[in-house]
Design a binder for this molecule. Structure first.
Ligand code: NAI
Length: 473
């Protein structure tokens, strides 16, 4: 397992070879070394721009300030009168008319949620163009816009529709040095939920996420923000497929944020499961999730021992690849049952009183479910269904103060992808903006974000964690 080419190009010899051949090496991604922090932007300067006055600009500046950032407002942009007013609230420096890239610590936020027409799209050019050449590696760029359908009229909606295309393109331009560009679509009235998403997308916890659009709505009633540090303390989290790979990393990162983890995996994997989960002081539950009695076994354990469950991560998944014309029926049935049927059955049982208030469900989908792959009709059908399932169930759960979201990994370095033929494996790794596969921890960080109060405005969404893979783009 592991990407030997990536390892090599970051050695002195590899760097010389890459330079001599005139090639560009995949960037070295800066990943988080510790957990979510109360003030992740402490001591950092963030450049903020906005199209006009608005509740979102105020919320953005307040959120950045609470996260410890010093904000510089790009007052060289047109139409910033309103920002000046809100900037005053956050106590930022308004005197500077042109801000040097060197003054900014790798973080840029542009709030365009107040755009009224396409004429304001020039702000995109004015904000970014002069600064891009000197932007540092691993810079984080976040744009704020409105969700589809939330604009006041067709002119505003047209302007908003420009943002996903812009973000995806800028992400492709900036990715060569490990920088990321993402768009948060904040619904009117949901401004109070922007802080958690900003913290995540401006941090090194989101190193493998770029070119993505995430809608934010209001938080469920009674679900308030808590300091990001150890925000899962006292929470009980179930992770399926936790013996190895992505599931083991998810268990570790949830535990890092304070959760008590119940790790589930097939009885045949009990030794590996025990090794992973015991190190986290968690609970080991050898269980085949397709067993008809599995939902009851799990519900019984969580209610008897913990009075219910706060978080469940449906990570266990399998591939049984074959062209459909050659696929035996049992391979179809097996993949459909592990990747979809078991998840639906388990949630149905837990929804009968085993979820604690404000519980959060995270399901693992795949970019294969978005783009499709020859030989993966069974797998892609399940991973695509997961996206629709999360979206369809979100409304029902929101009424009960709960949320469900999906994470769609791209190529991640695990045993599952180590089994892919070498040429396909190289294609899977390199055909992305960040030119490399992700690590299990990249998925674990995103899952933990979705499971935490940082994502309290997110429900029914699917977030791709794929380095902007061209598959399904
Ligand atoms: P993996 O094969 O390394 O680990 C999967 C785990 O699930 C194993 O420990 C396995 O024993 C467990 N499992 C399988 N069937 C089970 C069952 N019936 N009951 C209980 N546990 C069961 O896979 P990996 O790569 O860690 O993938 C995890 C998830 O991420 C899967 O849902 C997969 O489809 C998804 N994914 C992975 C990608 C990758 O590049 N590795 C890409 C896209 C999605």
């Amino acid at each position: 397992m592991g990407d030997k080419i990536l390892d090599f190009v970051h050695t002195p010899a590899g760097k010389s070879l890459v330079a001599a051949l005139g090639l560009s090496a995949p960037p070295q991604l800066r990943r988080a070394k510790s957990g979510f922090e109360a003030q992740p932007l402490a001591g950092k300067t963030v450049l903020v721009g906005s199209s006009r006055a608005g509740a979102q600009s105020e919320a953005v500046l307040a959120a950045l300030e609470q996260a410890g950032a010093a904000c510089r407002v790009a007052s060289d942009l047109a139409g910033l009168a309103g920002v000046k007013e809100s900037a005053r609230v956050a106590g930022v420096d308004l005197t500077s008319s042109s801000i040097e890239v060197g003054e900014i610590d790798n973080a840029y936020v542009l709030d365009l949620s107040g755009m009224q027409s396409h004429k304001e799209l020039r702000l995109l050019y004015d904000f970014f163009q002069p600064r891009l050449r000197r932007m540092a590696p691993n810079t984080r760029i976040v744009l704020i816009g409105l969700p589809a359908g939330a604009a006041s009229d067709y002119a505003a909606a047209t302007a908003q529709s420009a943002l996903p295309g812009f973000v995806r393109s800028l992400a492709k331009e900036c990715g060569k040095n490990g920088s990321t560009v993402n768009l948060l679509q904040v619904a009117p009235g949901a401004e109070a939920t922007v802080d958690g998403a900003l913290r995540f997308f401006l941090s090194s916890h989101s190193a493998f996420i770029t070119g993505q659009v995430l809608p934010l709505a209001g938080a469920p009633e009674g679900y308030t923000a808590v300091p990001a540090e150890q925000s899962l303390k006292g929470k009980v989290a179930v992770v399926t497929g936790a013996a190895r790979g992505i599931g083991a990393a998810i268990a570790q990162v949830l535990a890092r944020e304070g959760a008590t983890v119940i790790g589930v995996d097939r009885p045949a994997e009990e030794a590996a499961l025990a090794e992973t989960i015991s190190a986290l002081n968690g609970v080991v539950l050898p269980l085949d999730i397709t067993d008809p009695s599995a939902p009851e076994t799990l519900a019984h354990l969580v209610t008897q021992r913990f009075g219910g469950v706060d978080i469940i991560v449906h990570n266990a998944g399998i591939t049984r690849d074959k062209m459909l014309r050659n696929m035996a029926p049992h391979l179809w049935d097996m993949v459909l049952d592990v990747n979809l049927g078991a998840i639906v059955r388990t949630n149905e049982r837990l929804m009968q009183g085993a979820f604690k208030p404000n519980a959060r469900i995270v399901c693992i989908s795949s970019i294969g479910g978005i783009g499709g792959n020859a030989g993966q009709t069974n797998y892609a059908a399940t991973k695509s269904a997961i996206i629709g399932y999360c979206n369809a169930l979100s409304g029902v759960l929101a009424k009960q103060g709960m949320a469900i979201n999906a994470i769609a990994p791209g190529f991640i370095e695990t045993q599952m992808t180590a089994a892919i033929p070498v040429v396909n494996r190289e294609v899977g790794r390199r055909l992305s903006t960040l030119s490399q596969g992700g690590l299990p921890v990249d998925i674990a960080e995103a899952v933990t974000f979705m499971a935490s109060p940082l994502a309290r405005g997110v429900n029914g969404a699917t977030l791709r964690v794929c380095g902007q893979s061209f598959i399904g783009a």
